[in-house]
Design a protein around this ligand. Structure first.
Ligand SMILES: [Mn+2]
Length: 320
């Protein structure tokens, strides 16, 4: 599902003077790491680059060099090229149709459900992270790949592989990580910043979520819920919820873990994690998508409705 080659993508980027590099809403480590790596590298090659991320860079990733250059509102200007990173579909990219119409849209991603919404598309579901693709793209571009870029790519790859623990981790993942370490980055320092130190709000949200932990009768499905009010009381935002879902998935005997998060706009965001079950297929029933063992969807309706509809669908698949 690659469609275009990295060489074709590189030549479009090289031909562009003014670029917008962006990533998905509610960005994770891969989103921000890929954004910074490509943005900084293109900037160092003399191009005008705007790095844009709706809501800005999450607090725990602000230690990365270049994080202060990422804008959270889009400047009113035209771009030759817009690069969407780690976005499975057009809706995940926070850029209006009007802005997109003027530019060449390049879609670089690793989600198998990517619907090739760009004018050029490079989608490699074998890549553990979009950051792996960016590593190869930078080689293709032949741009200077310094310590800041290496650190951003290391964050991208280590977060999407859960510190090289998930099934998506390949020999290539480690080879790329090795090349990044060769540039002198400090993995212990990066890991403690990214994975270990938790904001108080995240721990308070976890305490609340665990108090809602519920199981299916056979014990194979576990889920937690968080209301908008819970999050307000914890002082938590979306970034504080990253990884929280694993507390449901990682319980002995559980096959699918879920987190239901009530939004203030009458929708519920549902996260799915599994050991083997294809949860992307289940999420797709509700208009969502993602990876086989990590997926999500957003459902209109109350929290209780979302829980009963989704758990029924999950139980159906897990039973089979
Ligand atoms: Mn990713």
């Amino acid at each position: 599902m690659l469609v275009n080659s990295l060489a074709e993508i590189a030549s479009v980027l090289q031909a562009s003077r003014s670029l917008l590099v962006s990533t998905h809403i509610q960005p994770d480590g891969d989103a921000i790491g890929s954004l910074l790596a490509l943005g900084l590298a293109l900037e160092s090659s003399g191009r005008q680059v705007v790095m844009y991320c709706e809501g800005g860079v999450p607090q725990r990733l602000r230690f990365l060099v270049g994080a202060d250059k990422v804008v959270s509102t889009l400047p009113k200007k035209a771009f030759d090229c817009i690069v969407a990173l780690d976005c499975a579909d057009r809706q995940r990219l926070p850029v209006s149709d009007e802005v997109l119409r003027e530019a060449v849209l390049v879609n670089i991603d690793h989600h198998p459900t990517n619907n090739l919404f760009g004018r050029l598309n490079y989608v490699n579901a074998e890549a553990a992270a979009t950051g792996e693709i960016i590593f190869e793209l930078l080689q293709e571009l032949g741009v200077h790949n310094d310590g800041a870029v290496a650190e951003a790519l290391y964050v991208a790859i280590s977060t999407d592989t859960g510190s090289f623990k998930y099934e998506n981790t390949t020999e290539k993942t480690h080879l790329i990580a090795g090349r990044l370490l060769a540039r002198g980055i400090k993995p212990g320092h990066i890991s403690s910043q990214v994975f270990d130190v938790k904001p108080l709000a995240a721990v308070m949200a976890l305490r609340q979520a665990l108090s809602t932990l519920t199981f299916s009768a056979d014990g194979k499905v576990a889920w937690m819920t968080l209301t908008e009010k819970d999050l307000q009381q914890a002082g938590a935002d979306n970034a504080d919820l990253e990884g929280l879902i694993n507390y449901a998935k990682n319980i002995e005997g559980v096959e699918v873990g879920l987190l239901f998060r009530e939004n203030d706009d009458g929708t519920v965001k549902v996260g799915f994690r599994s050991f083997q079950t294809d949860v992307a297929g289940i999420a797709a029933l509700f208009g969502g998508g993602g990876h086989t063992r990590a997926a999500g969807c957003t459902i209109r309706g109350s929290l209780d409705e979302a829980v009963s509809r989704v758990i029924a669908a999950v139980a159906e698949v897990v039973k089979a």
